[in-house]
Structure formats: structure tokens, C-alpha cells
Design a protein around this ligand. Structure first.
Ligand SMILES: [Zn+2]
Length: 104
């Protein structure tokens, strides 16, 4: 269980009062609830990114598929555009992998 301490001693008395203390959760040292909330928010953000990533990647691929023929017709340098598209996909996949790694 993630239970970071502030390093501050709690004012509760040992025994039953401490066992039921919401400030230190029985540890005698005040729990750092701000750190717990920050960690939870960080995990939620990573989970949101991970959930959104496949749709973002699909949208990116759809856009690339739609634009590539037009760009090829206009500029003729298809290989360069394909490399750009591959690069975009690599970046997106790296972002997804990072988001998945950040989420327990
Ligand atoms: Zn306490």
C-alpha cells in the first residue's frame, strides 16, 4: 500500500485512538495525503492517455492514408512522405508504450 509519511509525528495517543487515527492511519507519523492525491492524479492521466492512444493512432493513420496520395500526386516524392508517416507512427507508438509503462 502506498502510504508516504510527512515525517511529522502525529498528535494521537497510542492504542485504540492511534489504530483508528485518520491522520496517521496507525503509524504515529502523519500520512502525506497530498502526495497520495498527486500520485493518483498522475496515474489517472497516464491511464487516460493510454485509453486514448489507440484512437489517436488510428486517426493519425487515417489522416496519413488520406493525405499520402494527394501529396504523392503533387510532389512525387512518395518515399520521403512514407518515411515521414513511419516516423509519426513510431512517435505515436513510443508515446503509447511510455503511457503503458507509467500505469501499474
Ligand atoms: Zn495519528
Amino acid at each position: 500500500m502506498y502510504q508516504p509519511k510527512t515525517g511529522e509525528l502525529c498528535t494521537c495517543r497510542k492504542g485504540i485512538a492511534r489504530d483508528n487515527c485518520p491522520d496517521c492511519e496507525g503509524t504515529g507519523q502523519r500520512i502525506d495525503f497530498a502526495a497520495i492525491r498527486a500520485k493518483a492524479a498522475e496515474r489517472q492521466e497516464a491511464a487516460n492517455l493510454q485509453a486514448a492512444a489507440p484512437a489517436m493512432l488510428a486517426a493519425l493513420k487515417a489522416l496519413v492514408d488520406r493525405l499520402l496520395p494527394e501529396v504523392r500526386d503533387r510532389y512525387g516524392d512518395f518515399d520521403a512522405m512514407q518515411r515521414e508517416a513511419d516516423y509519426c507512427e513510431d512517435v505515436a507508438r513510443a508515446a503509447i508504450a511510455q503511457a503503458e509503462g507509467d500505469t501499474p
